[in-house]
Design a protein. Sequence first.
Length: 576
Amino acid sequence: MSLIAALTRAYDRLPDAPPYGFSSEKIGFCVVLNADGSVAEVIDLRDTDKKRSPKMMLVPQAVKRTAGIAPNFLWDKSAYVLGVTVAEGKRTAEEHAKFREKHLEWLSEATDAGLLALRLFLERWEPISFAPPLWDEETRDQNIVFRLSGEFEFLHDRPAARALWRQLGVASASDPQICLVTGTPGPVARLHPSIKGVWGAQSSGASLISFNLDAFTSYGHDQGDNAPVSEAAAFAYTTALNRFLEKDSNHRIQIGDTSTVFWADAEPDTAEQAESYFSAFFDPRAEDSVETAKIGDKLEAIRRGARLTDVQPELSQNVRFHVLGLAPNAARLCVRFYWTGDFGVLTENYQRYLSDTALQPPPRNGWPPLWRYLVELAVQGKRENVPPLIAGEWMRAILTGAGYPLTLLSTTLMRIRSDGEVNALRAAILKSVLIRNFKSKEAPVALDPANTNKGYMLGRLFAVYEEVQRAALGANVNATIKDKFYGAASATPQKVYRTLDAGSQNHFSKLRKVSPGRAVNLEKLLTSITDLMDPCDDPIPASLNSAEQALFGLGYYHQRSDFFRKHADKTPEVTE
């Protein structure tokens, strides 16, 4: 099933799907009209909270605006409806003139009292009339609807208005063609509705499908005729996607620069459970929701490796799951990934990802979400600095079970060399790439004293040198050997290890005077590592490749963490 077909199918399952030709829009104010077209009052529809959020309302579907001027039917922003904006717009007068012209044309034969009142209002209205106390300055740049005084129904909801809206749709429809999505004949959508809510994209919306350059034309066809999608199918897939992308939707999570939406194709209760599991898999905030709380024990069982067939057997079969990653690309949207398959397969791939990143000692604060790993790749640890593409590529690899992007390894190594920080999350990333991409059996979960990989041994050795320095000089050192030598030691060890060894002998001399037992234990540990090195081979190579550098970081993390654990446990040292 294609992405567009899957979204079209999802529209049919929306519990409160807007009817064809309507869309949910943010409406700020309502202008109440008297029968003669005069303004009775202006009602603020926004929430009373601190943010004053506009009200989501079902209105006639918004037109697709590119460079031209096109008004919406019976509603629009203040520039179109009233001819006023916060800043003096260059096209405000033209926009209001077009709104007035089109509505006087559409309402020319109207007999409904509400529609007649709007026609009279537009014939008399002048932007100069916008003044307090009737008009609030906050009305500027808000979307506006209308209502007839003494009634509670908005103008666009009146039966006459809906009938006129359907009539206008039929009049503007193109000749029927076979829809590539549904396979049935129907009017073709020349311009597909905009998609809103994608992080980083234009606030007015962006196109998922568009043909607006000569290079995109084929055999004389332009715009939507290049790939005929009926207006009904275009409305359905964009409505479903916009609903999934809403801020408070339970169908979206943000992973790096990729806005990720997901939905299940199953019976309502089963679909809701599958979506709750997926939310909790990748978004820790979902664990606070009521639905996720119901599956808390089962979720932990899955994370510990239990099979889905044993935990939730009804989700292991006949549940088709969809995951879509979108990122901004100028006025269009880029599909970073689209995965569809059985939810049972997705769960197995998720468990494999957890196994890849399993590490001892584990990160603080329990299970880390994917975005927390991504922050470790960002300059200054800011989420907006996460390298582009890498989030989508990593997420796609997790979903499909394919190899991780090698940029994940190179970026992690670069960040470690840059700031010298080798924490649990970065070590887990290194380990996961080693296991998934290099099939490495030398990437242990916990400290492995018998591991003879050069990179791993040199990383442990470097951690011992650092601990000798710390034990001899204390923690208040301006620049540790990690600050000075980690980058060179992990990439070109032969250049620095003689210097490190010589420096450690000076530190041992001081340590023997302060803590003889500690000095003996560290010397034994140092010797146990060097004894593992093959004397027939060069024990200190000139350089390490990227995989060996990853093992260097892993060995360093394991050995250093072992020192911290012993300090925390205050294990007595063995002395001679």
